[in-house]
Design a protein around this ligand. Structure first.
Ligand SMILES: *Cc1c(COP(=O)(O)O)cnc(C)c1O
Length: 230
């Protein structure tokens, strides 16, 4: 199947899932996840309307960033981010989806001051409490947000989660529902510098369910580019 065909099908699915939850296709941001995908294929996706690109490794992102400099792309860091690598992406990334600890927040603040930028972030939450996953436990999120309010260079734009992989995405519907609930609780606190604008949830296997439960940012790799070859 071609990238063009895959994108058309995903867009149709996004539209249907958005309408089921009383929203429009345009309310949902599609992030094409391009880890391990060649630059030529990324260019093809961009030609077919992709504007948001997600990578989970700093080195890979910075390499592709250089190679795709002439394209109109917004870059998303969706993977675990080591503090010592923040400096390489601070001036390139549009949204960091994986803010999950104080040491990382401190480093982002420091590098953002040096570069004179404001950094948009999502707080990563491990709703399913899987040991293998990064992210804060649900009950840790509000205290964490309160502890980083003092960092004036960090804008919290929402929450992100990775649901456990299951054959039947209905089994992880509760994960998406809980993240949505948490974002409402946080919104109700009315913190300045915190805007619960984005809910980054849903991947190839579960994005339809995630959108039905309120996601407005889906991260799709396999569904666009096919199975990854590592
Ligand atoms: C790889 C990855 C995705 C995309 O996964 P697919 O199942 O290929 O759609 C989404 N989010 C994160 C954080 C990832 O690492």
């Amino acid at each position: 199947m071609s990238i063009k065909y895959n994108l058309a099908e995903i867009k149709q699915n996004i539209k249907e899932a958005a309408e089921k939850s009383g929203r429009k296709e345009d309310d949902i941001t599609l992030i094409a996840v391009t880890k391990t995908v060649d630059v030529d294929k990324i260019k093809e996706a961009v030609e077919h309307g992709v504007r948001n690109i997600g990578e989970n490794r700093v080195q890979e992102m910075t390499r592709k960033y250089e190679e795709l400099k002439d394209k109109d792309i917004l870059w998303h860091m969706i993977g675990h981010l080591q503090s010592n690598k923040v400096k390489y992406i601070i001036d390139k990334v549009d949204l960091i989806h994986s803010l999950d600890r104080m040491s990382l927040a401190k480093e982002i603040q420091k590098r953002a001051e040096k570069n004179n930028v404001i950094v948009n972030t999502l707080v990563q939450v491990n709703i399913a409490e899987e040991e293998s996953k990064f992210g804060l436990m649900g009950e840790e999120v509000i205290p964490f947000i309160e502890s980083i309010l003092k960092f004036d260079r960090i804008k919290i734009k929402g929450l992100m989660t990775i649901a456990p992989f299951v054959e039947n995405p209905e089994k992880v519907r509760y994960v998406f529902r809980q993240l949505k609930g948490l974002s409402k609780d946080i919104k109700a606190k009315g913190y300045s510098n915190v805007e619960m604008k984005y809910l980054s949830m849903g991947m190839t296997n579960d994005y339809k369910v995630a959108i039905e439960e309120g996601s407005n940012m889906v991260r799709i790799g396999t569904g666009i580019f096919g199975k990854r070859k590592y």
